[in-house]
Each structure stands twice: as C-alpha cells, then as structure tokens.
Design a protein around this ligand. Structure first.
Ligand code: SF4
Ligand code: SF4
Ligand code: FES
Length: 384
C-alpha cells in the first residue's frame, strides 16, 4: 500500500440508527431501524444522507450549511435536541449504542424529522428583532459601541435560530404561548444594544403574560443550545433590566425583588413574607388556611423576631458592591461572565467545530479544547 493510499482510505463504521418516521397525512408513526456503512468521521447528518441516498429516499429531514451555521438540522437524539451536523457518530457507535432519532419537540411535525417552524418564527417576529436606533445620523459617520457595552449581548448574538432550545423548553410544553428561549434571547440582543432607543417599550412588552416571568428556570435551553447562547441567562438579564427600569408589576418580578430584600436585610429568605410580598395581601389572606396547616406541622418559622443570619454583613456588603459597581441590571448577571471569559481567553476555546469551538457551551475558560488536525478530516471535503 502506498503512502498516498494510507491517507485516502478512511476507516469505516457500521452505524445503526432508529428513526421515528411520521406521516402527517395519516398520523402514522413508526420506529424504523437503519444500518449503513460509513466513514469513521461521519456526523449524524452524514449518516442520514447515506440512508437517504442508498436505503430510503423518502426519509425527510432538513439541512443546508453542514457546518453548524444555518440552524436547519435541529432534531432529537435519544430525546435531547442536537444539531445533526455537529454530532459525531464514532464514539456512539464504538460504545455499541443505537440512538433513537426523532423530530424536535414543541413544534408540529410535518414529516419524519421536519418540523413546522412557523410558531418559532412568529415568536421571533413578535420580539421586533431589529435595531430601533436612538440616533438620526451616526456621529462622525460611524456609531461606535465599546467592547464592554457589546459584551453584554455577545452570547445572544451567537444564535443561529436552530430551535434546539425551544424543543426542550418545559414552559412551552405546558404553555405553547410562552415566548420561549430563542425569542427572548433575541429580545435581549436588542434590549442590551447600546444603540437601541426603545429598551423600556420592549421590556414592557416582554413582561406581559407568556413573557419572561413564565420561564420555569429549568435551564434545559442552556444545556441544549449548540452555540453557547445560554438563553436562560438572557431571560435573567431581561428580568434584571426590567426591575432596574421599575417594570415590576409581574409576580415574578416581585418575587425576585423580595429575594434580594430578604437576603440583604437578614441574610435569609423570609418565607412567611414571601407570599404577601409577591402575591399581595388579599391573596395571602386567601391562603391563611393552607398557611395554618403548614404552621401546625412546624413548616413555617415564626416571623418575629426576624431571624438574622450571623454573617448578614457579608450579604449586605455583597449587595453594596453590586450597587456601587452599577451592576444592578444585565451587567450583574454572574453567568454572563462565562462569555466574557471566552472573549478574554479566546485561544483557550479553539477555533473550529466539534468540541473545540469558541462559543461551545462545553468549553470552560482555561481548559484546552480537544485538538483535531482538520487537514486529515475529510468531512470538510464533502460536496452535498
Ligand atoms: S429555563 Fe426557561 S426558557 Fe429555558 S427551557 Fe427552561 S423554562 Fe424554557
Ligand atoms: S438560542 Fe441556541 S438553541 Fe436556541 S435557537 Fe439560538 S442557537 Fe438554537
Ligand atoms: S446543516 Fe446547517 S446547522 Fe446543520
């Protein structure tokens, strides 16, 4: 065998998949098993292409860029949303696993792995996803925003509109009207833009029913987002910005405010005051019977004298630091600093796909990514 042949003959894998087929005309569903031979560098999307080319041309799925940019190939693998073109199969096959592939959740299925994205886009449109600039003419022919100002929306700007977060959103499952993680992340992208003039108008709209406070904080959207957008963080930033601008009529906002007040004054969460402070006195009175039951079972601490933590000064000092630094809106969002660390240490996060790209949620700043010699990876040579 010549040296050239060593480099051109890829190793192969026997890949098995089970795919949930769906026919929307009849409503029939069927779990179909496929087995194909494929080069060892294949992604899930490559395997679907091979199945469609060689085994069953009727299999339906979406794709376009093949390189984690267009957001077309969202689907579920073993019940969790993935980008098919980002999902390498080698380790899965070598572990002897046969993954189950299905359409994304929370969106109507059109056929097999193709979902109707219209509910997704209608919510994005509702966010008015365009800049409403606060200037007539750019000063000095150019509007300059500092890096510090743009860092606030760095993660939100990475979104490729794939819908993986929406697929896994618990709140959307129980309330399909909920605006959802992708749309709200898009909203934060404009609320946080230093050139935007309608922050307050936007925040008022996002605080309505089915808005930011309907998020259950399950964090599945952060977990499944393939681009490191961390939509739950964006929603938290919208909440912080709303409170900063005095938009606090929703119970969720009142709840969050009371947490801060309680921690600052006593170092604890004063649960007995949580309901009246969040839901109002009338609602609290209606729940008296329930509260008495909890009291009888020793589940409610007596409100007087207020229990003050020994180290309460530390909680107060922390509160004062946040205030002094002016970090009481989106800037105070701690998890957002993961993104800033990525900006500060871009070399630590690699430069290309798979596990090692800069905006990958798998990258912890300071940890070197898995290095791959892309010169030997024939994936980039494919023509489809
Ligand atoms: S954290 Fe909120 S927006 Fe994200 S998946 Fe959970 S409920 Fe949905
Ligand atoms: S936030 Fe992430 S998962 Fe959601 S649509 Fe954007 S890129 Fe996809
Ligand atoms: S095909 Fe474009 S993101 Fe996968």
């Amino acid at each position: 065998m010549t040296e050239a042949a060593v480099h051109t003959e890829p190793q192969t894998l026997e890949v098995a998949l089970k795919v949930w087929r769906y026919d929307s005309r009849t409503g029939e569903r069927e779990l179909v098993r496929y087995e194909v031979e494929a080069p060892d560098w294949v992604t899930l999307l490559d395997v679907l292409d091979i199945i469609k080319d060689r085994v069953d041309g009727t299999l339906a799925y979406r794709k376009s860029c093949r390189m984690m940019i267009c957001g077309s190939c969202g689907m579920r693998m073993d019940g969790a949303a993935v980008l098919a073109c980002r999902t390498r199969m080698k380790e899965i096959v070598e572990a002897g696993h046969v993954p189950v592939i299905s359409a994304m959740g929370n969106l109507p299925i059109v056929k097999d792995l193709v979902v109707d994205m219209e509910p997704f886009w209608s919510k994005v449109r509702a966010m008015k996803p365009w800049l409403q600039s606060g200037y007539e003419e750019p000063p000095e022919h150019e509007w300059r925003a500092s890096q510090e100002q743009m860092n606030v929306i760095h993660k939100e700007a990475l979104c490729i509109m794939c819908g993986c977060c929406v697929s896994e959103c618990n709140s959307m499952e129980s309330d399909p009207e909920f605006l959802g993680p992708a749309a709200l992340a898009k909203g934060m992208r404009f609320v946080g833009d230093p050139r935007e003039r309608n922050q307050v108008e936007r925040l008022n709209a996002y605080n309505e029913e089915h808005g930011i406070w309907d998020c259950t904080r399950c964090y599945f959207c952060n977990e499944r987002c393939p681009k490191g957008v961390d939509p739950r963080d964006a929603i938290a930033k919208l909440g912080a910005e709303s409170i900063k601008h005095g938009i606090d009529h929703d119970m969720g906002a009142k709840h969050a405010k009371w947490f801060v007040t309680s921690a600052k004054t006593t170092g604890w969460l004063r649960e007995t005051e949580l309901v009246p402070k969040t839901q109002g006195v009338v609602s609290a009175i209606k729940q008296t019977k329930f509260a008495m039951g909890l009291l009888r079972h020793g589940k409610v601490p007596l409100p007087f004298p207020p229990h003050v933590a020994e180290e309460v000064d530390e909680a107060r000092a922390l509160y004062n630091v946040v205030k002094q630094q002016g970090r009481d809106g989106a800037l105070g969002h701690v998890q957002g600093e993961r993104a800033l660390a990525r900006i500060d240490h871009p070399d630590d996060a690699g430069a290309h796909g798979g596990q090692g790209y800069r905006d990958s949620p798998d990258i912890t700043p300071g940890e070197p990514p898995v290095q791959r010699d892309i010169g030997e990876d024939p994936h980039g040579q494919q023509t489809r």
